[in-house]
Write a protein that binds this ligand. Structure first.
Ligand SMILES: Nc1ncnc2c1ncn2[C@@H]1O[C@H](COP(=O)(O)OP(=O)(O)O)[C@@H](O)[C@H]1O
Ligand SMILES: [Mg+2]
Length: 322
């Protein structure tokens, strides 16, 4: 299909589902559907993946392409992507394997390390495993304090604890492991927290970096802080030395390519006092409301939200041509 014809494609915007991030995904879906309309798309429908009629509606709706505006379990982890592969329907953002690897934080970290992207030292615990006293001691010896305990699979700071004392570790593992999750125990990295959006397919580009300022009463960028008004917590462009800024953008592009991301990614880093960006994770479907981090950053780079969403569809169709 000609690129100039991209708006003639009928688009199913997939949102909702069953993850902890369901409501955020619905917000992303509504915003993207509206933006696609503004970009000139004639046929755009918002489908909630948790709707019992979702699959027949998707199959029978005459759609040319799916716009996946989903976060977390089932939507960002390769599940919905697998369904779309089986239906031979092109879709926005990353494919099955990339989505699955990016979701499981320690798999992603091993890919990052092999590409030379610095990561925090950590260990993965099997699902349901609560460390005894001896294991707690050895984890604390290995990783130091404070340390972070989080579910191995991705998602909006749910289940994360910052652990200051060895005696808090077992409870933190219990919290992160709720729902049968594997758990990651990770050395705490001190420094400036940033997030780096990247857009594109084979020749991706980094967008302006956003610095995340957590405020005085929060220990880290937790769930509560994440959903407070963004102007309280975001500084763009991030206040970094130019060479560190450029290094972080380069590493984010490398993370995008290393995982094989398509269309978009947003990598979270902590920049240490000596200017070393340490990657925490790469989100393959970052928040997509008009005021979310990636759209905000794209706007600062001169790409308005409707244009950004149009490009996402273009990149989805480009992938199909490969
Ligand atoms: N190793 C770490 N060192 C310091 N802060 C961390 C570490 N791991 C997580 N955090 C804090 O927790 C937040 C969420 O962690 P992250 O790994 O990005 O998971 P999520 O998928 O929930 O966003 C980060 O934005 C950061 O503030
Ligand atoms: Mg994060």
């Amino acid at each position: 299909m000609e690129k100039t014809d991209v708006t003639k494609n009928k688009v199913a915007v997939l949102a909702g589902g069953w993850s902890d991030e369901r409501e955020i995904s619905m917000d992303s879906g509504r915003a993207c559907a509206k933006a696609l309309g503004q970009a000139g798309f004639e046929g755009v429908e918002l489908l909630d993946v948790a709707d019992p009629d979702f699959i027949p509606n998707l199959i029978n709706g005459g759609f040319d392409v799916a716009f996946v505006a989903m976060h977390g379990r089932y939507g960002e982890d390769g599940c919905v992507q697998g369904l779309l592969e089986v239906l031979h329907m092109p879709y926005t953002f990353s494919g099955v394997l990339t989505s699955a690897v990016a979701t499981e934080k320690d798999f992603a970290k091993s890919r990052f390390r092999s590409a030379g992207i610095p990561t925090a030292k950590g260990r993965k615990l099997p699902a349901g495993h609560i460390p005894d006293e001896a294991e707690v001691d050895s984890l604390v010896n290995l990783l130091g304090l404070p340390l972070f305990v989080k579910p191995a699979a991705n998602g909006s700071s749910y289940g994360i604890t910052m652990v200051h004392k060895a005696s808090e570790l077992a409870e933190a593992v219990r919290t992160a492991g709720k729902g049968g999750q594997r758990v990651i125990v990770e050395a705490g990295v001190k420094g400036t927290e940033i997030t780096v959006p990247v857009i594109g397919n084979d020749d991706p580009m980094a967008l302006p970096i956003i610095e995340v300022v957590k405020g005085d009463d929060a220990e880290f960028y937790d769930l509560k802080v994440k959903y407070e008004p963004s102007e309280l917590h975001h500084v763009m462009p991030a206040r970094l030395d130019p060479d560190v800024y450029e290094r972080a953008q380069r590493l984010a592009v490398l993370a995008h390519k290393t995982l094989g991301c398509r269309g978009a990614s947003r990598s979270d880093f902590i920049v240490t006092a000596d200017g070393n960006p340490v990657i925490l994770e790469t989100n393959t479907i970052p928040g997509m409301t008009e005021t979310s981090l990636l759209p905000d950053s794209a706007r600062a780079a001169g790409i308005e939200f409707p244009e950004l969403c149009r490009r996402f569809v273009e990149w989805a169709l480009e992938e199909q041509d490969n």
